[in-house]
Design a protein around this ligand. Sequence first.
Ligand code: ADP
Ligand code: ZN
Length: 728
Amino acid sequence: MPQPSASLFPEKLPAAVPVLLPLPLAGAYDYAVPEGLHVEPGSFVVVPLGPRRMLGVVWDRPPEAGLPNIKLRPIIEVLPAPPMRPALRRFVDWVAAYTLSAPGAVMRMAMSAPSALEKPAIRAGWRATGAGTGRVTPDRAKVLEALAEHSPQPGEALPASPAVIRGMAKAGMIEPAVLPQAPRFARPDPEHPGPPLSETQAGVAAALRQRVAAHEFSVTLLRGVTGSGKTETYLDAVAECLRQGRQALVLLPEIALSSQWLSRFQSRFGCAPALWHSELSPGIRRDTWRAVAEGAAPVLVGARSALFLPFPDLGLIIVDEEHETAFKQEDGVVYHARDMAVVRARFSQAPCVLVSATPSLETIANVEAGRYTELTLPTRHGGASLPSIEVLDLRATPPERGRFLAPPLIEAIEQTLARGEQAMLFLNRRGYAPLTLCRTCGHRMQCPNCTAWLVEHRAQRRLQCHHCGHAEPIPPRCPECNAEHSLTAIGPGVERVQEEAALLFPDARRLVMASDNIPGPAAAAEAARRIEDREVDLVIGTQIVAKGWHFPHLTLVGVVDADLGLAGGDLRAAERTVQLLHQVAGRAGRAEAPGRVLLQSFSPEHPVMQALLTHDIGRFVAEEKAQRAPDHWPPYGRLAALVISGEDAVETARVARDLGLAAPVMAGVQVLGPAPAPLAMLRGRHRHRLLLKAERGIAVQPLLREWLDRVAVPNAVRVQVDVDPVSF
Ligand code: ADP
Ligand code: ZN
């Protein structure tokens, strides 16, 4: 084949490289590499963008790349940071393609500490030069003595005023020196003695260790009833990963509620792991990012965004409570961290372990199809038995008028408290009452920005929208008919259950656990400590209390409204309710004393109640499958949602209609809608939804891309793509 003649090109071409910027742009931009500057794919570089300077990453040249262009603007600077590894770059590209996001928007999560990179963490101090022309005054002598003993030292640690130090520097007696970084991340010790594992645990742990030692991609479901000791077992796999000298990543759904988990880690490995979540201070964020990149953080525990950290040698990913919807990121790049963890593990040639007592149907389907393997811990650790579960039929034994706790539940709480044990009441609803109604005209207090009722928060004397944050004082009169003292609270929230409990059990020490009074990790840890130390008799809480807590003295769990999650048309409602209630029930009777769970329900015959009652999740899964599989609902088919939103009702509806008309037509593909989205109005924006459902073998991304290309969308309207939506 004829080669292009060299004479076609000017003599000295600046090499050009594509640079991906952390912006929601289509792709990478080309920049010239000035002579003498060494860059490679993955290098962190500072480049000009318009009038700004911006940090980006040298990306990989696509094979069809064009000719270098002399007019390209040059790279300004290469940062002394380890280049982003190919495994992470491939992962970024893959997530972008899968979620239909701009690669730059995904890469932004992988940079996540841009300012930190621009200013490498250097701390300045002083050291003696052994020379200089100045007179050695008594003050100066003290400084030289201190530096002789320990050097370098920060200025503020020296026994002299800043003026003296400045004078000494001027005289050449001392000079600036970089202080060594204090290692912030201790090395967890894999040989630190942990509790001896039971025989079953040991068998499962050995299988997990084998997967870690194999240095190969694999996915394992670690399934075990609540309290079976899953954590202790997978920590053994983390130990193996440390012995292999590779890094381990543990994803937890809510780091803020993980104080007990962290102290277990501490006692297993003798030190704390590195942490990653949205509330880290910028300094710690920067240090953590660097420590991960340099391999100095052997174990990192994080929220979903930790998947995008620059691990050079990832050897294991654990996703604990893999069924949790908290792993789904709903805005910006819409992705499910459980699924992306599997992809990250694949690019890193590492095993991924998904952990749950009630795995998602997705994961179960993957096990059934042979894509994932399964390991099980069938019994509770230490001979504790699973709690006994009863459904309280509210039609047969209703609560008193205006109350929410039925007599058998009240009696059970009394007995539990009398035995000196702890009880818990669960209601997944914040505030005092979910609905405020005018008794005179029937008017319901609604959010001005959302299709949602306002929730009364009595302690603050306010009505709040739980979707947009709108809040207003409780009005003295009905805004519709002007009637006085006519607005009435309808239905219970945790505050109202607490009010009833105060009447019924005045001597019990009560604690409410809801996001309103547990704002962060410190408050959650303190609440957990109070329960552990038996400073509390009765816990009343929202889904916060359903997390993996281990409270040995808690023996009774009452679910105030077991039907709550089943309302609404969401196909996944039953699955989620089983998972949540099973999880709450699992808080009862985790030590010697047996646990008891009472579910208040108006529909005891519902398959969800039956599944919980019989502990037979398998049968429930089979029934769900029988319902979903014939119509190819996930996980037996693929699903993507388009949510069309805008402030202008007419324009938004028009775009939704246009998209509906342009929908792909193909065998095995079905498009549903447009229809009002589950929240038809949110933050003042009208929302419509289209669902694309396809049989499993069909890749939906190309269909979605072509579909979106066919319709012009005005700037004021937004179309958000959600591949694998969690509710449908
Ligand atoms: P799961 O994660 O399956 O709900 P956990 O790992 O929280 O279960 O274990 C339940 C309780 O049993 C915890 O208090 C844990 O410390 C304890 N435990 C588990 N395995 C062991 C073991 N091998 N030795 C001693 N205690 C254990
Ligand atoms: Zn609102």
